[in-house]
Design a protein around this ligand. Structure first.
Ligand SMILES: NC(=O)c1ccc[n+]([C@@H]2O[C@H](COP(=O)([O-])OP(=O)(O)OC[C@H]3O[C@@H](n4cnc5c(N)ncnc54)[C@H](OP(=O)(O)O)[C@@H]3O)[C@@H](O)[C@H]2O)c1
Length: 342
């Protein structure tokens, strides 16, 4: 660590713990939650690595987290950010094998929105040279989730439903579904995105703001019989669509883009139709899936990015130093990820 700086620039959390609110991932001003600061460069412990950041992504989970609305508490003064890519510049005992490698990582020691990041070596994936830093910065959270969830859908029939299909994850799932011979039914809230999703692989696109959306969905559902609903919105419309799905359907909530808390209006759906409501969290999937299976998923993810079947749409690049004043405006663009560079 002698040739590394003692301090680094980072976007750090302004608050501790949970907020007790449920306001969704939208932010008006990042300065409500974050500030730019010079902080001590973290040091890797046993089994950990220190990564010099190349690029980090901004995911909805980061926004839920900085607002104190995610599944883990904030620590005031720590850098924010869950995911990125960079070069391993120091390694703790047992992690020396990663020294010098360019890796994609999930931050599990200190946050990714910083010049240097500490994480467990198990949270790092060495990157193929043909993967760009932008793709490397969004290589784990959404792609692994897409692979895991489409796998679940595939085990349950031909057609499956994807909400917020214009999200990065939604697009990955539509194209993966098509490649696997499945029929993704994409739900979007902006009609103008329908053609783009069809080109990507959606078999059908329904616009959730259309009048008669529930009836339209019910007709399609009777025809294609989707049994899995991969839902990032989880609002009352989701519940209505779930009720319109065939027997044995599964509503798998994996995101909370809407702030509306849905009510269950027809318990008979669960009792008599054998339907289920479930959750999916990548963290739990990683803890319960054998390493060999995860490695197969990682290899397929990298292959898909390397040959262009998948790509990360980037709406804006921000540097760490101009992140806090500009993040809220950058997030208003609906067409891709905000990527942070040092
Ligand atoms: N459970 C897990 O393990 C896991 C893992 C990864 C991601 N996720 C979740 O997956 C979701 C998508 O993540 P991402 O990174 O792909 O997102 P993203 O690329 O940032 O896209 C989010 C998109 O969702 C749409 N949207 C936002 N609010 C909405 C609302 N209230 N109703 C309908 N659509 C809305 C917007 O597109 P338009 O403006 O075009 O509508 C927005 O661009 C998030 O909820 C995230 O938390 C969960």
């Amino acid at each position: 660590m002698t040739d590394l700086p003692q301090t680094m620039f980072a976007a750090i959390l302004k608050h501790n713990g949970y907020s007790g609110t449920a306001t969704g991932p939208a932010i008006e001003n990042a300065a409500d939650w974050l500030e730019g600061a010079e902080v001590p460069t973290p040091e890797p412990g046993p089994g950990q690595v220190l990564i010099r950041l190349r690029a980090a992504s901004v995911n909805p989970s980061d926004l839920h987290f900085i607002k104190g609305e995610y599944g883990q508490p904030r620590v005031k003064g720590s850098p924010a950010g869950f995911e990125g890519c960079g070069d391993v510049v120091a390694a703790g005992k047992g992690a020396e094998a990663l020294q010098g490698q360019r890796v994609a990582f999930v931050a599990a020691g200190s946050g990714a929105w910083a010049e240097y990041v500490v994480t467990q070596m198990q949270m790092c994936i060495p990157l193929r040279p043909d993967i760009s830093d932008d793709d490397g910065a969004a290589q784990i959270v959404n792609p692994m989730t897409a692979m895991a969830m489409v796998d679940m859908a595939k085990a349950d029939g031909d057609a499956f439903v994807v909400s917020a299909a214009t999200s990065q994850l939604g697009k990955l799932m539509c194209s993966l579904g098509r490649d696997l011979g499945l029929k993704p039914i994409a739900l979007v809230r902006r009609a103008e995105t329908a053609e783009m999703l069809k080109d990507l692989g959606a078999a059908e696109v329904l616009v959730t703001t259309d009048e008669g959306i529930v009836a339209k969905f019910a007709d399609l559902s009777a025809q294609l019989k989707p049994r899995v609903f991969l839902d990032a919105v989880t609002d009352q419309l989701s519940e209505q669509l779930f009720c319109a799905m065939p027997n044995r359907a599964r509503w798998i909530s994996y995101g909370k883009l809407s702030t509306e808390a849905p009510s269950l209006t027809q318990t008979g759906q669960l009792i008599f139709m054998g339907k289920r409501i479930e959750g999916f969290w990548l963290t739990s999937w990683m803890m319960s899936t054998p390493p060999a299976d995860q490695m197969r998923v990682v290899a397929e993810v990298q292959a898909r990015f390397a040959d262009g079947r998948w790509k990360t749409d980037v709406s804006e690049h921000l540097t760490l130093r101009n992140l806090v004043p500009n993040l809220a405006d950058a997030l208003k663009k609906s067409d891709g990820k905000v990527i942070i560079t040092p």
